[in-house]
Design a binder for this molecule. Structure first.
Ligand SMILES: C[S@@+](CC[C@H](N)C(=O)[O-])C[C@H]1O[C@@H](n2cnc3c(N)ncnc32)[C@H](O)[C@@H]1O
Length: 218
């Protein structure tokens, strides 16, 4: 008998997490109504356990956060962390979606997103057959560009040098995104706050693994 993921049922009854794709894609023209405001939308793909982003939700009540993640357990813990930062009567400025980040064009319309964060996406190994599963590929980057507002940004970090360099080549070839900041060892730079990092970044830093970082602007 197949073992059922214990977090599945919990997530299905969680009103801060959307699972049904039909319902998610219906939101495409409805985000203003969903949040009851016209605040800028921040998108985060591959949320993980949500330490970093739950803090953002709390610190920036004038922004709306949409998170896309695949795994039930991670969705559940991230939503829990966000709820802890909110009073019950406060308007919720976040929603989590269980979907593939590759589907952003079905979820948002053009010029809708102000900022996107992709931190430590799964690198999908060394074999070419696996690399087709990578998130940061030509179609995704073009779709993300289209749903991003003019002057909107994409923030991308990875420990995987080859994935990083491959992504940069695609970006250069597309002539869409402009690089506004980049480093392959931002330990030396003053552009980040080590007290405010994701779970995977904490792990890589602990292991003294260099982190590749780029900010792209539309
Ligand atoms: C390496 S973890 C990084 C998590 C988090 N961003 C961090 O820095 O700690 C990658 C996350 O992306 C999720 N993920 C993998 N492929 C995805 C996809 N195509 N769309 C959305 N999320 C994805 C995984 O479930 C996992 O939680």
């Amino acid at each position: 008998m197949a073992i059922q993921n214990p977090y599945r049922e919990i997530v299905l009854s969680d009103t801060d997490i959307m699972v049904e794709l039909e319902n998610i894609y219906e939101k495409k023209w409805q985000w203003t109504e969903h949040f009851w405001n016209t605040h800028p939308i921040v998108l985060e793909i591959g949320t993980g356990m949500g330490n970093y982003f739950s803090k953002q939700v709390w610190e920036n009540p004038e922004m709306n956060y949409v998170w896309i993640e695949l795994r039930y357990k991670r969705l559940y813990y991230s939503a829990e962390k966000c709820r802890k930062t909110k009073n019950e009567w406060e308007n919720k400025n976040f929603i989590m979606l269980k979907d593939f980040g590759q589907n952003i064009d079905k979820i948002f319309c053009e010029n809708e997103i102000s900022e996107t964060y992709v931190f430590f996406p799964d690198p999908w190994g060394k074999k070419n057959t696996q690399k087709k599963h990578r998130l940061l590929q030509a179609d995704f980057l073009a779709n993300l560009y289209s749903i991003t507002k003019v002057w909107g940004k994409l923030f991308y970090k990875t420990d995987h040098r080859e994935y990083f360099e491959t992504t940069l080549k695609v970006i250069e070839g597309q002539w869409l995104w402009k690089i506004s900041k980049m480093t392959q060892n931002y330990e030396d730079d003053e552009i980040f706050d080590t007290k405010n990092i994701t779970e995977f970044e904490a792990m890589y830093r602990w292991d003294k693994i260099e982190i590749n970082y780029v900010e792209l602007v539309k």
